[in-house]
Design a protein around this ligand. Structure first.
Ligand code: KIV
Ligand code: ZN
Length: 524
């Protein structure tokens, strides 16, 4: 039976709604925070990817979260824009309603814990009170939009009888999507299938709403649990790019989508994802957050389509289908990503940026990126797409109170390393020269001299964006201040310059964070 949905109209039986929560569940995990311009870029990329719903954040959590949801609702067209709210939270639903108001299509997602453990220790509420809140929360959400989702937090560990009563109450109060999260990643595929089968058999009205799965990956079962839920009648799946999310993360969007695409024989469900965009969105997220996916990560890991053994290579040369179940191109890998050279002009550079999904950059940002591209093309034999991504990402960092201007380092085995650094701080150019135990240490001492701060360096890692000795270095610097952690990234053909850029980026993020109010134990 097909369902009539307020945002999607009549939904065919085999259609699966892709609900992306990278910017909410993903962003709330340690080290993955993004600033507003970064979230907006991600949201545009998710819209181009073809997700149906973007969960843009948790508006009541902080003014910064509210603003990011609000701005995504204002600027991003295509997907339904959703804001999270606690079912019984003071102001949550009104704040979420206000934040998503400018969206073409908007959703409020309200949630409350329903398991005995959570109700007793976390909420300190009786089940009957929770049940009353479910009704009140969904009625309140309907004041702001017809598209209301309700979630039973810790749903997979909830008493079946009570879960059915809560779901029935939510539907009666106007919820149009019912989500049953495996909040702690405890369930098996059979458990999740049994829960959805039970709801469909026992809850009046279950056939008039979209059932939704939201699986965490603590036992590495998030994708398997999502697929099992689909087979049991779920028609919305909640997932994140690269599987980021609380603790071990959420079900990875790219893995579920490619499982559906590759195994249509066993999983005959349809969605709107433009799979050739998958790699770009994955890379964008990794660059913004500073967390690369592991090389063997399915679909988007560096080795996902690499064939090392002679036997495999031989098979691949004869027929790629011998060892590849999907083509690399179908998820965005390109064989030759050689791009512009040093003679390319601004128009060609702009075209390239548009083709790579950077069409939203302003003229000044394009101009600055173009100057850096010319400089790079002079120093580097071949400029690849990955180099352009790294270089453009340098330019799109807003809120930059501190800007890198220039660095001169001298080192070697005979004397202490020396760094002369020029930074622009709040519009004023300042210079210093310092020494250190190696060029990176000298350069970092120079940063500390010019911009004194209390943050401590907790991670420093360098990798190459592309291959060869003239490759751009890509550095991640993680700083910690009063329990807050931020990652900065920098790229340059000079490793020390890339390190300083990363340090400056992290400091800028810390400055943005300092101005942001912290949520008080609001995370779901
Ligand atoms: O994992 C969870 O229970 C959640 C809910 C807020 C949907 O993220
Ligand atoms: Zn979650």
């Amino acid at each position: 039976m097909s369902i009539d949905h307020p945002s999607f109209g009549r939904i065919a039986d085999d259609r699966v709604i892709i609900f992306d929560t990278t910017l909410r569940d993903g962003e709330q995990s340690p080290g993955f925070s993004m600033n507003i311009p970064e979230k907006i870029r991600m949201a545009h990329a998710l819209a181009e990817l073809g997700v149906d719903v973007i969960e843009a954040g948790f508006p009541v959590a902080s003014p910064g979260d509210f603003d990011s949801v609000r701005q995504i609702a204002e600027h991003v067209r295509g997907p339904v824009i959703c804001g999270l709210a606690r079912t019984g939270g003071r102001d949550d639903i009104a704040r979420a309603g206000e934040a998503v108001r400018p969206a073409e299509r908007r959703r409020i997602h309200n949630f409350i814990s329903t398991s005995p453990l959570h109700m007793k220790y976390k909420l300190r509420m009786e089940p009957e009170t929770v049940l009353e809140l479910v009704t009140a929360g969904n009625l309140a959400s309907r004041q702001f939009t017809d598209d209301v989702e309700w979630s039973a937090e810790d749903g997979s560990r909830t008493e079946p009888e009570f879960l059915c009563r809560c779901v029935e109450a939510a539907i009666k109060a106007g919820a149009t999507t019912i989500n049953i999260p495996d909040t702690v990643g405890y369930a098996t595929p059979e458990d999740m299938a049994a829960i959805f089968t039970m709801l469909r058999e026992r809850v009046p009205g279950a056939d008039t709403v979209i059932l939704s799965a939201h699986n965490h990956n603590d036992l590495g079962l998030a994708v398997a649990n999502t697929i099992a839920s689909l087979k049991a009648g779920v028609r919305q799946i909640e997932c994140t790019i690269n599987g980021i999310g609380e603790r071990a993360g959420n079900a990875a969007l790219e893995e579920i989508v490619m499982a559906l695409r590759t195994r249509q024989d066993a999983l005959p469900y349809q969605n709107n994802i433009q799979t050739p965009h998958l790699l770009r969105v994955s890379r964008m997220l990794a660059t913004i957050t500073g967390f690369d996916v592991q090389p063997n990560k399915a679909i988007v890991g560096r080795n996902a389509f690499a064939h090392e053994s002679g036997i495999h290579q031989d098979g691949m040369l004869k027929n790629a289908a011998t060892y590849e179940i999907m083509t690399p191109e179908s998820v965005g890998w390109t064989k030759s990503s050689l791009v512009l050279g040093k003679h390319s002009g601004r128009a060609a550079f702009r075209d390239k940026l548009n083709a790579m999904g950077y069409g939203d950059l302003g003229d000044n940002q394009v101009q600055d990126a173009f100057i850096r591209f010319k400089d790079l093309a002079d120093r580097k034999k071949t400029v690849y797409d990955e180099d352009i991504v790294a270089l453009v990402d340098e330019e799109v960092r807003d809120h930059a109170r501190i800007r890198f201007v220039s660095l001169d380092v001298a080192g070697g085995s005979k004397r202490a390393s020396r760094a002369e650094l020029e930074l622009e701080i709040d519009g004023e150019v300042v210079v210093t020269a310092t020494t250190g135990n190696g060029p990176v240490d000298a350069a970092f001492n120079a940063v500390r001299t010019l911009f004194s701060h209390e943050a401590t360096l907790v991670l420093f890692s360098v990798g190459a964006v592309t291959e060869g000795t003239d490759a751009q270095a890509h550095t991640t610097v993680r700083l910690e201040e009063n329990g807050k952690m931020v990652d900065g990234q920098g790229s340059d053909t000079d490793t020390v310059v890339s390190a300083v850029r990363a340090y400056v980026h992290a400091l800028n993020k810390l400055l943005v964070k300092r101005t942001r109010q912290q949520p008080e134990a609001l995370s779901a």
